[in-house]
Design a protein around this ligand. Structure first.
Ligand code: SAM
Length: 220
């Protein structure tokens, strides 16, 4: 198990007004809407989530980093848990057209509005009960998804990820290192159920026998 930083550069390139979410917006209402992971969350106002999640190629360099780090080839297989609209998988397949990619997400809206070139590889599914066989994938990825589950379900999902991976897995969850980052995270989040320091997360990983890679997203 080791910390593998792939996403932090992209995460830090987004500007976020933490205080606006709490001071100017009805945070409770926005959170209730966001929890549906429906149209408003993806393509509605920014206060409900992404604020319009359109394809813009930003995942291309991230895809290349996954390929390099995990030595993916056209013969590899990758599963993305909480794949959203499938942009990352699309980029991986652009670079390696022969690779097998699959994705699941709890959001029907995201799957229905996913990148059309790969939508047939994606389906509605739950991280807590991954609908694939033991040891089916060379790499299982889960970005910004598991912290949306309650702690007991995080454990379930981690065990499921380990079960379907025959080689590698990488997950990325929200975390904080300082009181300021903790406040920023709490101000910003809409659907987060589990937020821990890196030490807390590592305890959860151990407890779930998760022995693969991880990254933390901080709100500086
Ligand atoms: C912040 S988004 C990340 C989406 C995508 N990984 C990305 O980085 O663009 C969180 C995702 O978690 C998904 N999600 C939440 N609970 C889930 C669950 N139990 N199983 C699968 N996906 C879930 C949401 O629908 C949403 O797509």
């Amino acid at each position: 198990m080791s910390e593998v930083n792939i996403i932090t550069k992209l995460h830090n390139s987004t500007k976020r007004d933490y205080q606006k979410r709490v001071i100017e917006e009805d945070k409770v209402h926005c959170s209730q809407v966001a929890y549906q992971f429906g149209k408003e969350y993806w393509d509605g106002d920014r206060k409900y989530g992404y604020g319009g999640y359109k394809y813009d190629g930003r995942w291309s360099s991230v895809a290349q980093e996954f390929i390099n780090k995990y030595k993916l080839t056209n013969d590899s297989s990758v599963l993305d848990i909480g794949c959203g609209k499938g942009f990352l998988l699309f980029e991986i397949k652009q670079i390696l057209p022969g690779i097998s990619v699959m994705g699941i997400d709890i959001s029907e809206y995201a799957i229905q509005n996913s990148k059309s070139e790969i939508s047939h590889y994606l389906k509605v599914g739950d991280a807590r009960e991954i609908p694939y066989k033991d040891n089916q994938f060379d790499l299982v990825i889960s970005h910004a998804t598991l912290h949306n589950l309650e702690i007991h379900d995080v454990t379930k999902a981690l065990r499921e990820i380990s079960r379907v991976s025959r080689k590698n897995a990488w997950i990325c969850v929200e975390s904080y290192r300082t009181p300021e980052e903790k406040v920023n995270l709490l101000y910003w989040q809409l659907t987060c159920e589990s937020f821990f320091s890196p030490t807390g997360w590592k305890w959860i990983f151990d407890n779930a026998d998760y022995q693969h890679d991880y990254e933390f997203m901080f709100f500086e």
